[in-house]
Design a protein around this ligand. Structure first.
Ligand SMILES: Cc1cc2nc3c(=O)[nH]c(=O)nc-3n(C[C@H](O)[C@H](O)[C@H](O)COP(=O)(O)OP(=O)(O)OC[C@H]3O[C@@H](n4cnc5c(N)ncnc54)[C@H](O)[C@@H]3O)c2cc1C
Length: 401
């Protein structure tokens, strides 16, 4: 058994070597922590960034190396031990010991769970060649290789990831069809007005939308995918299929830990799941005490911001984590940025620019109160409007329930 802890028995173990895990390790050092630091990762790669995977890495505009979050020299300066390609398989919270697939037992004073998400799949998908998910660098490279050798792609899923993949693959010269139950791309994330504009954008550029119908199954021939069957009976022919129907928190390895998992590792307002056990990033479900609700955010900015709070709390602070949610997405020439929340049924008012020119900022209100701001190719004005969401933060709770 291999036990890693520093000499005085005081060390921090971060499980998950990606955006949130690395940000936690860096925040600890920035705040003056000089003790033992181990970062455990399931993948063989040093930390890399995920947003470029569906954009620059998939299109080939970037070499995969460019997606790495830090150069080797910066990682060396961090003075952390990276244990890679060895997934955690169990956690004993009382002993603060993590067991890994290869048989290591890593003991620490504080354990940070930063294991992110696992993509959902469709029944039978694993038996068919040509069907992909997109979460990891290896997923992106495998999908790219298949797209380069194919002409017809069907994207199952009309959320943020599905819409980004459709846009990128269309730019690579493929015939792309997007399928999913919502009436327009990203309806549940941005509401019907902006989703309608996204539908126009995708259609104008040549992406075929087959929305408003569920996907019943995948069809195949001799172990290779041939199409996607909709509830309506329509079959969408495909050489390649990407399944982008959401992802679930990667908490399976915590099943016997006794910690509470319920759509994420459940934490208090300090992002603490138990004494000495914290969670950060996409996997963390914590209590936003100003909103009075339990939240889990799946975005890049949250991974950074939450890491800062977790590092501070490990070092003895007592900080609640109270972010204003933020995400962005890039599709064709559109950059869409969202601060706050955009609840279903919100009233939408354009405050800057106009919809027709596809440069605008819109405020979302629920029961007359501002809950969020969305900007489409207007980053400066969007940032300025963010303050209205910050001011309204204590009133957001009803919109989140
Ligand atoms: C293709 C793609 C595009 C995206 N685009 C955007 C965007 O445009 N804007 C935006 O705001 N957000 C975007 N996101 C979301 C953003 O990338 C995530 O919110 C962010 O990566 C979360 O970081 P994380 O460290 O919490 O989780 P992850 O990045 O998922 O990292 C978790 C890490 O933990 C590892 N792990 C899992 N299980 C174990 C285990 N048992 N033991 C050890 N390690 C384990 C995983 O291998 C992984 O490396 C995108 C995500 C994807 C997948």
């Amino acid at each position: 058994m291999n036990v890693i802890a520093n000499e005085d028995g005081c060390g921090v173990l971060v499980v998950g070597a990606s955006a949130a895990g690395l940000a936690t390790a860096e925040a600890l050092r920035r705040k003056g922590y000089r003790g033992g630091l181990t970062v455990l990762g399931a993948e063989p790669h040093l930390p890399y960034d995920r947003p470029p995977l569906s954009k620059q890495v998939l299109s080939g505009a970037w070499d995969p190396e460019r997606a790495h979050l830090r150069p080797q020299a910066a990682l060396s300066a961090l003075d952390a031990e990276f244990v890679l390609a060895d997934p955690a398989v169990g956690l004993d919270p009382a002993a603060r010991t993590v067991h890994t697939a290869s048989g290591r037992a890593l003991r620490a004073d504080a354990v940070v769970v930063a294991t992110g998400l696992r993509p959902r799949t469709l029944p039978g998908q694993a038996d068919l060649a040509g069907v992909h998910v997109l979460r990891t660098l290896d997923d992106a490279l495998a999908l790219r290789a298949d797209l380069l050798a194919s002409s017809r792609l069907v994207v199952v899923g009309e959320g943020v990831l599905g819409a980004e993949i459709a846009a990128t693959a269309h730019g690579m010269g493929l015939e792309v069809t997007m399928a999913g139950p919502q009436p327009a791309p990203m309806t549940s994330q941005v509401g019907p007005l902006v989703a309608g504009l996204l539908a126009e954008l995708h259609t104008e550029r040549g992406v075929r939308l087959r929305l408003g119908a569920g996907v019943s199954r995948l069809s195949g021939h001799r172990g290779k995918v041939t199409g996607v069957c909709l509830d309506t009976g329509e079959v969408l022919p495909a050489d390649v299929v990407v399944v982008a129907i959401g992802a679930d928190p990667a908490t399976g390895w915590l099943a016997s830990s006794g910690l509470r998992t319920d759509n994420g590792l459940v934490c208090d307002s300090r992002c603490r799941a138990a004494e000495g056990i914290y969670a950060v990033g996409d996997v963390a479900r914590w209590h936003h005490d100003r909103l009075g609700v339990s939240l889990r955010l799946e975005n890049r900015t949250n991974a950074m911001e939450q890491a800062d709070t977790v590092a501070a709390n490990i070092l003895g602070d007592d900080q609640p984590y109270r972010p204003v949610p933020y995400f962005w997405t890039d599709q064709f020439d559109a950059r869409i940025q969202v601060h706050g929340v955009l609840p279903a049924g919100a009233e939408v008012t354009v405050t800057d620019g106009d919809l027709a020119s596809r440069r605008f900022v819109a405020l979302y209100r629920h029961d007359g109160r501002v809950t969020g701001v969305l900007g489409w190719n207007m980053p400066k004005q969007t940032r300025l409007r963010r303050q209205e969401v910050v001011d309204a933060l204590p009133d957001l709770a009803p919109a989140l329930r």
